[in-house]
Design a protein around this ligand. Structure first.
Ligand code: PAF
Length: 282
C-alpha cells in the first residue's frame, strides 16, 4: 500500500493505475476509521480495481467552537486498517497542501446545505462540498463511496455532482450499527456508559417511526412530535430535530409521499449525534 502526502504523488499513482485499465474508486474519510469506514472500503474494492482512501480532518467543515482540535487522529492505526482492507493508496495531506495561503474559493449547494444539520452548523456543508470537490479533482475517481449514516451529506454530494456535471458515480453504503442498534460514529468514543445507553433512543425513535408508517400512519406532523417526545423522555438526550423528509430533496413531509427518510439529531451529554432510516415505500 502506498501512502502519499502530495497531490502530485496521488495523480501519478492514479494515472499509472488507469494506464493498466483500472476502474478507480475512492473512500473519503477524516480518519479514526471504524467498521463503518471499512465497509465503504469493502464496497469500493468490490466495484473498483484501484482503491484510494482519503484521510484528512478538514478544518473548513468545523465551526470555531466545534471539535476540530480534539478530533481523533490515530494515523498509524488507520494506515494498518487500510492495509488490512487491501487499499492501494492512502492520501494524508497536510492542511497547507489543500488550503494554501490565500485560499478563497468555496463550493456551496444552496438549499440542501441550509436545512437540518445546516441550521445548527451554518458553514459545515460549504466546507464539505468544497473539500469533496477537491477530492474529485485530485483523484478523479470513477466511483466514490459515502456512508448513509451522514444522510444529508451524501444527498448534498449527489446534488453537487449532478449540478456541476462531475463525472463520478456516488455509491451510498448502508449504516453499520453496533448489535444494539447504535450507528457507528467516530464521535461515539466521547460517550460515557450512561450516555452510550441513552444514545440508543435515536435509532429506537427511527424504528418506531418506520413501524408507524408501515402500519399506515399518514399524519407525519403528529409522528414528528411523537418522535421528539420519545427522545425527550431520556434525561441525557436533547433532541435538535426528528423529522420525516423526501429522501432526495430533504423537503419535510406532512403526509407520506414516495421515497422517504426519517432523520434525527440530538445532543447526548455534550456529544452531538445523528442517525437516519429509509422508510418503507408505500
Ligand atoms: O464524512 C466525512 O468523513 C467527511 O465529511 C468527508 C466526506 C471526508 C469530507 O471531509
Amino acid at each position: 500500500m502506498q501512502v502519499a502526502k502530495s497531490i502530485v504523488e496521488v495523480r501519478d499513482a492514479v494515472a499509472e493505475s488507469r494506464q493498466r485499465g483500472s476502474r478507480v474508486g475512492c473512500v473519503p474519510t477524516m480518519g479514526a476509521l471504524h467498521a463503518g469506514h471499512l465497509s465503504l472500503m469493502t464496497e469500493c474494492r468490490r466495484q473498483c480495481d484501484y482503491v484510494v482512501v482519503w484521510i484528512f480532518v478538514n478544518p473548513t467543515q468545523f465551526a470555531p467552537h466545534e471539535d476540530l482540535g480534539k478530533y481523533p487522529r490515530p494515523l498509524e492505526d488507520d494506515l494498518a486498517k487500510c492495509s488490512a482492507a487491501g487499499v492501494d493508496l492512502v492520501f494524508t495531506p497536510e492542511v497547507s497542501t489543500l488550503y494554501p495561503e490565500g485560499f478563497e474559493t468555496f463550493v456551496t449547494v444552496d438549499q440542501l446545505s441550509r436545512v437540518f444539520e445546516g441550521t445548527q452548523r451554518p458553514t459545515h456543508f460549504r466546507g464539505v462540498s468544497t473539500i469533496v470537490t477537491k477530492i474529485f479533482n485530485i483523484i478523479q475517481p470513477d466511483v466514490a463511496c459515502f456512508g448513509q449514516k451522514d444522510y444529508q451529506q451524501q444527498a448534498l454530494i449527489r446534488r453537487m455532482v449532478r449540478d456541476l456535471d462531475i463525472p463520478v458515480e456516488i455509491v451510498t453504503c448502508p449504516t453499520i450499527r453496533e448489535p444494539d442498534g447504535l450507528a457507528l460514529s467516530s464521535r461515539n468514543m466521547y460517550l460515557n456508559k450512561d450516555e452510550r445507553q441513552a444514545a440508543l433512543s435515536l435509532y429506537q425513535s427511527l424504528q418506531w417511526a418506520s413501524e408507524r408508517v408501515r402500519a399506515g400512519e399518514t399524519d407525519l406532523v403528529r409522528l414528528r412530535g411523537e418522535m421528539l417526545d420519545q427522545l425527550r423522555q431520556q434525561p441525557l438526550v436533547q433532541p435538535d430535530y426528528a423529522t420525516i423528509a423526501d429522501a432526495d430533496t430533504l423537503e419535510v413531509l406532512d403526509v407520506p409521499r414516495g421515497r422517504m427518510v426519517a432523520l434525527v439529531a440530538a445532543r447526548v451529554g455534550t456529544t452531538r449525534l445523528i442517525d437516519n432510516l429509509l422508510l418503507p415505500e408505500l
